[in-house]
Design a protein around this ligand. Sequence first.
Ligand SMILES: Cc1ncc(COP(=O)(O)O)c(C=O)c1O
Length: 342
Amino acid sequence: MDKNESPRDIPDSIKQRVLELAWDTDFARYNATNLGDLRVALGAALSVPADTIITGNGSDECILILSLAFGGSGTVVIVPTPTFGTYVDAARWSGATVVNVPRRAPTFDLDVDEIVAAGLTADANAPSEKRFASIVYLCRPNNPTGNTCTEEDVRRVLNVPRCLVVVDEAYFEFANMTVVPWTKEYENLIVLRTFSKAYSIAGLRVGYMISNPELVKRLDQCRLPYNVNVFSQAVALVVLEERNWFIEWARTLAGNCRELQGRLSRIPGVRVFPSITNFVLFETPLPARDVYPMLVDKGIMVRQYPSDTVLERCLRVSVGNPEQDELFLRELRTILAGTHIH
Ligand SMILES: Cc1ncc(COP(=O)(O)O)c(C=O)c1O
């Protein structure tokens, strides 16, 4: 329960179709369409042109492609923290300067004024030949805090001069909110998506970005050929065709996650950060470094953040199947029994 994956594999009937398709696929050949098929299918599903989409080996690779295309020395990558760690890693690998903008305590809301100020400073100092002075990552909803930011917040950041705004919608299927239609309106917006969460194929590594044809062309220049393999592409095409099933699945998981939050918040001493995703961040009276190994001892893996002092007492748990949720709640209750000072 530590990686926000879907707690179940794709249904057998869909897997059967996948295996038949795999049987018909010639593994001796490179991806003949060089991802064209998946772009066309995604374009149709999202009602956007295929040339506004670029696919990656998971959205992790999309973040790397982004850093190669628009990061590098002289640029600033602005990261509202705490958030998904790969933004910072990829920015550093590219040679960009990272500016962390802490989210506001105790709700972890975005500090939009600080983000805009950091963007304006980057613009004032960046070499003029750089197309974008800064990249801002807005994870919406945010991992690990589970909350979102308003459309008005996103628009304010989009209006910062020479600022590329990446809205990571890895969990959008659970929250049911998207800014994809805005890619027609803003020339500095890139939306990041993944098949790893609601679509239950994290192990196959398929992610994608939606933007405008000009930015996609630039991103494509930094993409290795055939970066999504033929098998993963075939599976992504099948699950996309079956998306109604997965949308319903995401709805179920979101409901289970709400229930998990309710039950967690009734454990004495536990504070839950309200989440609209498939995971929940919670705080306990004990340091996370003490609770974490006790859960591991019981065979339960959750996510801890040892290097982030703001999250010293926090852990993140992904919604599991009902038995896993039950076991997690029972063991946490036992671990914390007696630790809460009334
Ligand atoms: C916000 C966010 N973005 C991107 C990813 C990466 O997903 P993947 O590389 O599996 O597509 C994750 C995975 O946990 C995530 O939480």
